[in-house]
Design a protein around this ligand. Structure first.
Ligand code: M6R
Length: 600
């Protein structure tokens, strides 16, 4: 979702902002903008519009001596994606300029109460913040005006605000939405993600909620102080070294990040194995297993792809660790108030560790005293920091909006967790996971074949994945992949449910793809596929060697029944990828979607 970058320093600020915004592109956006100070003209210049950061870069000239700027990528929440609604926004008199990530829930009430005489030029809630600061600045100092504004805002927000009458100071506020500070000898950079700091910071700081930061230029030096919202100065948080391998964030010769990330999956499994290897077993640490002592039930909360990994995690908790488990879509859990067993533990699964729906659940269950464990790809993320403990999936930075390697990483870590908790250590995970990695590699090597299958068989605008048990959960993920990057109308259906309604949608040439990796339901799923074939659907079968029959279309090297999702998902990811390429869509940045959903 929205990305913000701000800079004050010796470098060309517009470069820092535009490179930073490009690094945040993966979060998803539909418009972008920048405001910088031009010392020759002694004024702030703003360029903003619907479209890509590249347009901001190529359509305007930026003077070499600009050293103070803020920028934004906007994922529309209030108001359509157009130039007017793009950030930065100005207060009515143009004195204050702001970029904002998040949602102000009470913006209408605030306008009614404080800003009746103000005219708004956009549909955004952001303009309200700028105008509140302006309104309060008539009677208060700027710092006080910002603090008073913060005290009135309800919702999630991280914003940067410039007082155009002071070209040496940048103000920043963080509450619930992500914001970090990067530092180098040359200046200070702020951003929604540490990726924005690459090449411009040597170290960075993670900020707590309700932080108000003042960044100053002072005789060629740059400094910042962090205050709480009352005005007390806070100690600086722990300083982290920027240790990014730039390779990790490049495409490494692949045409798209998504294909690169699909191809990295066997390596992710091996990396996880190396990180969790204790002696010759795969295990989580005693610090984690101790958390489960006396636990009667596990609740898994997640969203999207991570929720699909959670569905598989539930099976692992129950079948391997023998602990009853339930999975909830985080945004549903937050408002449905299910009856929770007293001795329960919450597992939160999130690639980014920043998903707002999950975070609101986390705060809630913590308040009720439950133990919490995050499984994430980002150890510096909010969910990793705020849960009692976290497990890293070591997938490396995932840039494509469509999640692939994080999904398999989550499943692998869930398997290791459940197996460590099982009294008998029921699975020989070392050999089973190694085998899964080889099977994954085999199918990735045959990806040209999948591209041919797509060309021949996926021709309609609708598509259905069917499967049972674990296969059904993979079907949900397979359908999500296909719909998010090809915009095809796709559903993942429990094979047995097809006849209970969805069969009405099956017609000539609609692809129905069956995933069959579980021997005990092999024939059942095949019968359901026959029913679809009888309606002239185009059938496709993804099976394992030991469940395959006759002329199955995609046969994968055998793996342990419980680890089959690691492998069966790969042809589905490739089907989505090649179909999106065939349709000439922006594979890595599908329309309307954000990588990190930081608003509820
Ligand atoms: O970062 P998270 O895992 O919490 O994100 C949750 C979903 O937004 C995410 O999995 C989304 O569904 C994927 N981009 C889909 O590929």
């Amino acid at each position: 979702m929205c990305g913000i970058v701000g800079y004050i320093g010796n470098e060309k600020a517009s470069d820092v902002i535009l490179k930073g915004l490009e690094r945040l592109e993966y979060r998803g956006y539909d418009s972008c903008g920048i405001t910088y100070y031009d010392p020759k003209q002694k004024t702030f210049i703003t360029n903003k519009d619907r479209g890509r950061v590249l347009k901001l870069l190529n359509s305007y000239k930026y003077p070499d001596d600009n050293h103070f700027a803020i920028g934004h990528t906007r994922w529309a929440t209030h108001g359509v994606a157009n130039q007017n609604n793009s950030h930065p926004h100005f207060s009515q008199s143009q004195r204050f300029v702001i970029v904002h990530n998040g949602v102000i829930d009470n913006h209408k009430e605030l306008v009614f109460k404080y800003l009746n005489n103000y005219e708004f030029v956009s549909d955004t809630d952001t303009e309200v913040i700028a105008n509140l600061v302006e309104e309060f600045s008539h009677k208060l100092s700027i710092e006080e005006a910002i603090r008073k504004t913060i005290s009135l805002l309800e919702g999630s927000f991280a914003f940067l605000i410039i007082d155009t009458e002071n070209i040496d100071t940048l103000y920043a506020v963080k509450n619930k939405s992500p914001l970090l500070i990067g530092e180098s000898k040359n200046g200070i950079v702020l951003g929604s993600d540490v990726l924005a700091f690459i090449n411009y910071a040597e170290s960075y700081y993670l900020l707590e909620d309700n932080s108000f930061i003042i960044i100053k230029r002072n005789n060629g030096d740059f400094s910042f102080k962090i205050m709480d919202t009352i005005g007390f100065e806070l100690e600086k948080p722990e300083k982290h070294k920027m240790d990014f391998v730039t390779d990790e964030i490049g495409k490494a010769g692949y045409e798209h990040y998504m294909l690169k990330e699909i191809s990295e999956q066997p390596a992710v499994i091996r990396k996880i194995m190396s990180q969790y290897m204790v002696g010759n077993e795969l295990k989580v640490s005693p610090k984690i297993t101790n958390m489960f002592e006396g636990i009667k039930k596990v609740y898994i909360l997640a969203a999207g792809t991570s929720y699909h990994a959670g569905l598989i995690g539930r099976v692992y908790f129950e079948e391997i660790a023998k602990i009853p488990a339930e999975v909830f879509i985080a945004s549903e859990f937050a408002y449905n108030e299910p009856l929770i067993e007293p001795n329960s533990l919450f597992v939160l699964i999130s690639q980014s560790g920043e998903t707002a729906d999950i975070r609101s659940c986390l705060l809630n269950v913590k308040e009720h005293g439950f133990k919490t464990l995050t499984i994430t790809n980002v150890s510096s993320s909010t969910l990793a920091r705020e849960a009692d403990n976290y497990l890293n999936i070591f997938a490396g930075t995932e840039i494509a909006v469509a999640s692939t390697k994080a999904y398999v990483g989550q499943i692998a870590v869930l398997a290791i967790l459940a197996n460590t908790l099982s009294k008998q250590h029921s699975l020989d995970l070392v050999s089973e996971m190694s085998r899964a990695a080889v099977s994954m590699e085999n199918i990735i090597d045959k990806r040209d074949y999948i591209s041919e299958v797509v060309g021949c068989s996926i021709k309609s605008h609708d598509c259905f994945y069917i499967g049972r048990g674990l296969d059904y959960f993979v079907c949900l993920e397979a359908a999500l992949k296909l719909k998010e990057i090809t915009y095809m109308n796709t559903m993942g259906i429990a094979a047995g449910e097809l006849k209970h309604g969805t069969m009405a949608l099956i017609e000539k040439d609609v692809p129905v793809i069956a995933i069959i990796s579980q021997e005990h339901i092999n024939n059942n799923t095949r019968s359901n596929l026959e029913e679809a074939k009888a309606r002239e659907a185009t059938p496709l079968i993804i099976s394992l060697e030991n469940t395959s029959k006759g002329n199955d279309d995609i046969v994968l090297m055998d793996v342990h029944r419980l680890l089959s999702p690691l492998v069966t998902v790969i042809p589905a990811q490739l089907i989505a990828y090649y179909k999106a390429v065939e349709l000439d869509y922006d594979v890595d940045k599908p329309r309307n979607l954000a990588k990190s959903a930081t608003v509820e």
